[in-house]
Design a protein around this ligand. Sequence first.
Ligand code: NAD
Length: 509
Amino acid sequence: MLRQALEELGIASDPRVSLDPKGSATPELEIVHSPTTGQPLASVRLDNAESLERAIDRSHAAFLRWREVPAPVRGQVVRAIGDEFRRHKRALGAIVTAEVGKIVSESEGEVQETIDIADFAVGLSRQLYGLTMPSERPGHAMREQWLPLGPIGVISAFNFPNAVWAWNAMVAAVCGDTVLWKPSLLAPLTALASNHLADRVARRMGCEDLFTLVIGRDDAVGERMIADRRLPLISATGSCRMGKRVGEVVARRLGRTLLELGGNNAAIVHEDADLELAARAILFAAVGTCGQRCTTTRRLIVHEKVADALVSKLVKAYGSVKIGDPAREGTLVGPLVNARAVEAFEHAIAAARQQGGTVLVGGARATVEGCAGHFVQPTIIRAPASNRLPIAQDETFAPILYVFTYRSAEDAIAMQNGVMQGLSSAIFTSNAALAERFLSPAGSGSDCGLAYVNMGTSGAEIGGAFGGEKDTGGGRESGSDSWKAYMRRQTCSINFSGKLELAQGIRFE
Ligand code: NAD
């Protein structure tokens, strides 16, 4: 299946890739393992300092050409790229499934996000609007315009190996930027395939090197990339730990960052909520992608009057979730990405138990016949009556849901906000006033970048700006006016009066 998909996408014959991997990883070679079987899938030759240097040079040279292309014409190239992804959605989805273990419908859903953001970017290519503003001086005009920024460095996490790049790349491309992408070493095949699809369309249309890929280790390639002044913006998606490092290095050279980091998302369920709807939404948000979404629901904050009823619905639903080979129809939960992720899952459960938490369902590795990969049981842990469970402050990238109870809505909102991360949040209630309180325009409700009413914390649409506050990094990608991060703003003033007028009435004669 993987070979067939790689052949369809023209990657099977890429000299960097071997589908007959031998030996173990070296500084020059990475072995890609299947999370489902634990077996090696391929080896990929890695970039180094010299090839990174050449890649940045190429990306910069291409930027100087690309920025001269009118934005609506750039949009035509992005339109053709979106169509190419439409044609190869299934094959690319199959690579995502093989490499990171997402179930097929989620893998194809991820490619659909790429298609959607390409469509969005095509429209945007005619809407990169600036402003005009009245000048205080007679015979003067003033306006703001948005200009291309440069080659954009994109660093992506393993769990959205295609869409995160596309959110950046499609929008950056219509803005007149080129893109240099460093993917996660857990998902280089998806990156090779995605970049190849976009690059071959762009080349066919006469635009070389709009999309450049470097695959390398963080010390040899990642650190050099973030320190390079030729990349005016580094858009990095991954853990808070990585974001802090990237933020520090890029700030030292006064570059720009767009940081999309970890989440620790909560759903509040009020006593008047539709519990059936809440249970279904929480199930998908907590268990989908085996808990490996930045927007996964990790904390459930439920009113004490309905806690038992909701938790028993969830425990029942968890018991019937099919764990298995993500490529098989009917599977809802695939594996964690690797053995380290399983260890983190086990560590969190042991810590929760030690801190007084009670495991209500799950709590152990899962076995799947014929698959020796990294499977775990989706887990619900009830916090002690004190609601003190320090491990719930951390983002463990696994399907663990911690349950807390509350009496007053104010307490629930304070608990939801009481973590370092600020990505996604949700409230389930039929009380319109409480929903509005949660979204208060004073900012005293949810402190997250994403706030939902009567829906789960995961599964954002591309039309809105995506991102989070606090340790989640503050970046915004995807829809709305996120495009402004990929351009530089210029304020232009034009004097057509024939006289020299100074602002603020200053006289200098
Ligand atoms: P990670 O932090 O281990 O790695 C992410 C990327 O950063 C990889 O490409 C890695 O090689 C790179 N990287 C790490 N250190 C670097 C350095 N010093 N210099 C340059 N590059 C460096 O994260 P992961 O395990 O791949 O992904 C899971 C994490 O990503 C979770 O915390 C999740 O919440 C987060 N995530 C956030 C979003 C979002 O939009 N907020 C989306 C997806 C994933």
